[in-house]
Design a protein around this ligand. Structure first.
Ligand code: KG4
Ligand code: ZN
Length: 344
């Protein structure tokens, strides 16, 4: 039925949060199509992602997005080698839509099914445009749900050396944006408005976790911003939104840069990568660019469109899982709290 082919073509599906996405990736690093239906506009009115609405929209869009990914790549199901899908972590109802679609495709076509960890996908986004990047390296993963410092020992082999104790970096961006009236999604809005602000206007705390040099904590910073806003209101002082945004952003970036560079040096690597939605932040990229140059560390980052959720990154991670022999059965389920490196 399916011929042996020289090229390995992965059809990848991603639906863990509020993007319905599908992609065709050739030999791990060549993206033939990358279709994303973003639900952001739909959730903006609620100030954040509403899980039930996300699931329903995924159901409505998933087949269309998959068909489009194949059409843009000028391929059919029969040309594919395997189907890869995000099965966690994420919103359970949202994940289930992608997982069910992938299982149905696998059942109907006989293509092997490969479940992919969403964060493994984010990390793998670095392989797409950086053809020379090979493990081992240190990767900072900063998304809406995660802030991890990870040693990428080999393809698909990770050691988490630091994590957030409370809010994820993206979550802090989203909450602070809401507090200063910028709305959802907060990260890109803070990024933009910060360019008109003074990052040294207000000193917000840079939290350290005692006894865990690579861990992060952002909830104290978020509270400091809220306290600052309250005290301005009580004193009847006007709030300069751009200054608050820029000063908050600088506090987050300082901690991320300091911890990451320290880890790269301590572990003796000369390669460092960033991943996840927050990695598209322009000031964060500039700060890492400079600090890595000073410390003679090669700095890798995906282009902004590959930092936020997409299926191409799942196709790349799926390719390396395919090579390692990872195959899932039809009992593959959505795992909302799947841990990095965990294989279910
Ligand atoms: O990786 P992602 O698309 O989804 C998750 O897996 O969570 O990340 C979304 C997060 C949101 O919190 C969003 O506000 C943040 O990434 N984000 C940004 C920027 N673009 C997206 N944060 C800071 N600056 C940005 N430019
Ligand atoms: Zn993500």
């Amino acid at each position: 039925m399916l011929d042996r082919k020289e090229d390995i073509l992965i059809l990848a599906i991603e639906s863990s949060c509020d993007e319905t996405a599908a992609s065709v990736v050739r030999n791990g690093r060549e993206v033939l199509s990358n279709v994303i239906y973003s639900q952001i506009a739909l959730h903006t009115v609620y100030g954040g992602v509403v899980p039930e609405i996300a699931s329903r929209k995924h159901i409505e869009k998933i087949n269309q997005v998959i068909e489009q990914a194949l059409a843009v790549a000028d391929k059919s199901f029969g040309d594919m080698t395997a189907v890869a899908v995000t099965y966690g972590p994420g919103l359970v109802g949202a994940l289930l839509v992608g997982v069910s679609a992938a299982k149905a495709i696998s059942f109907a076509t006989g293509l092997p099914l490969i479940g992919v960890h969403h964060i493994e996908g984010h990390i793998s986004a670095n392989f797409i445009e950086n053809k020379d990047l090979e493990p081992p390296f240190v990767c900072l993963v900063v998304s809406g749900g995660h802030s991890h410092l990870v040693v990428v020992k080999d393809y698909g082999e990770y050691e988490i050396i630091g994590r957030t104790r409370d809010d994820a970096a993206g979550e802090a961006f989203d909450k602070v944006a809401r507090a200063i009236g910028l709305g959802y999604p907060g990260g890109p809005k803070i990024d933009k408005v910060s360019k008109e602000g003074n990052q040294d206007a207000i000193h917000f705390p840079r939290a350290k976790v005692v006894g865990a040099e690579y861990d992060f904590s952002f909830s104290g910073l978020k509270s400091a911003v809220l306290n600052y806003l309250n005290s301005c209101e009580m004193k009847g002082e006007a709030v300069n939104t751009a200054d608050v945004a820029a000063s908050f952003q600088k506090a987050v970036i300082d901690v991320l840069v300091e911890h990451s560079v320290h880890a790269v040096k301590q572990y003796g690597f000369d390669k460092f990568a960033i991943a996840g939605g927050v990695a598209s932040n322009s000031s964060l990229r500039a700060a890492f660019e400079e600090e890595c140059r000073k410390n003679k560390i090669h700095f890798y980052h995906p282009s902004p469109a590959l930092c936020t959720d997409n299926a191409a990154m799942i196709g790349t991670a799926g390719y390396y899982e395919y090579l390692k022999g990872t195959r899932h059965g039809f009992d593959l389920n959505a795992v909302p709290n799947l841990r990095l490196g965990e294989r279910l």
